[in-house]
Design a protein around this ligand. Structure first.
Ligand code: ZN
Length: 306
């Protein structure tokens, strides 16, 4: 598959796709996959790539956001056991007030994967078996596969089921969206305080490299950059609340669009939306207001009108 990156001897990832960074680890007893490509054609290609190196033993998802889990559908029948934290499993492709994840997966096709239309399931077919998994855990879980150890660490914050996968033999950890490397951070309904604690937990791991949910592979130094972005957002909105700004005023005036990099691949048109959502969600949390989410999401301007 074009663009696969060899991170360490047995660790591979792809940081160039629309969606998350799907990854895998080759062991002496098959392959362990971490997250799946959101775009159907890429998911099929990715599965073929992995299976050329051995059977897929396990598939671990790091969070319930669409771009990490939708591709699970294309790994059905591979024999892979899907392993997910209970808080992730409970939210797997469940439509919420602010997003219908199935529609969101479909929306990316015209601009980014027109060939994917032919293998995109209809809604009923999809929900009959989205491949959400049969091993559901709480707390942490350790898997031993061949000569490799996979420590699945519950690191909530970005999402309640957020999981970090630590592979000590490769001195690598896969963080999911606990790290947005070199691009805008999506707070959505995140708990920022928990998220900062998650960064601290990852800092304690004896690793050389971190594979983030989005953007290039980084070292532990980036944990401090991510923390600074989270704290900047929270303190800017806290100051707005202290000045007595309304929600609308806060959303209009607090923005890090010019400071924290572009939006990850394929979603550049979401830049202003992310600012609005982040500021609004934090205002709600800091003022103890009910969530004012549900603002209309921009459609991809590259998509042809139906
Ligand atoms: Zn996410």
């Amino acid at each position: 598959m074009y663009g696969i990156e060899n991170v360490t001897a047995n660790v591979f990832t792809h940081t160039g796709l629309r969606g998350s960074n799907p990854s895998f680890v080759v062991t002496s007893d098959g392959v362990v996959a971490i997250d799946t490509p959101q775009l159907p054609s890429r998911a099929v290609e990715w599965r073929r790539e992995i299976e050329s190196r051995g059977p897929i033993r396990y598939l671990i998802n790091t969070e319930h956001h669409v771009d990490h889990i939708f591709g699970n559908y294309y790994v059905r029948g591979s024999g892979a056991l899907v392993v997910n934290h209970r808080e992730l499993w409970n939210r797997f492709m469940v439509p919420g007030p602010e997003i219908d994840p199935f529609d969101y997966a479909h929306e990316a096709l015209p601009a980014d994967d027109p060939d994917g239309e032919a293998i995109f399931p209809d809604r009923d077919e999809y929900y009959r078996d989205p491949n959400k998994g049969s091993i559901v855990f709480t707390g942490d879980l350790t898997l031993r596969v061949g000569e490799h150890t996979f420590e699945l660490l519950h690191t909530p914050g970005h999402t309640p089921g957020q999981t970090t996968v630590h592979v000590p033999e490769e001195r690598v950890a896969f963080t999911g969206d606990t790290l947005f490397s070199g691009c805008q951070t999506w707070l959505m309904t995140s708990d920022v305080d928990q998220w900062v604690a998650a960064l601290d937990r990852i800092r304690g791991l004896d690793v050389d490299l971190l594979v983030p949910g989005h953007g290039p592979v980084v070292t532990k130094q980036y944990l401090d950059v991510q923390r600074s972005h989270l704290l900047a957002w929270k303190s800017a909105v806290a100051e707005a609340v202290a000045k007595g700004w309304s929600r609308d005023e806060t959303v209009a005036r607090v923005s890090f669009a010019d400071e924290f990099g572009p939006v990850d691949i394929g979603q550049e048109y979401m830049l202003e939306y992310i600012q609005t959502w982040n500021a609004g969600a934090l205002w709600d949390q800091l003022t103890g207001s009910p969530s004012g989410g549900g603002m209309p999401r921009p459609l991809d301007p590259r998509a042809p009108l139906a």
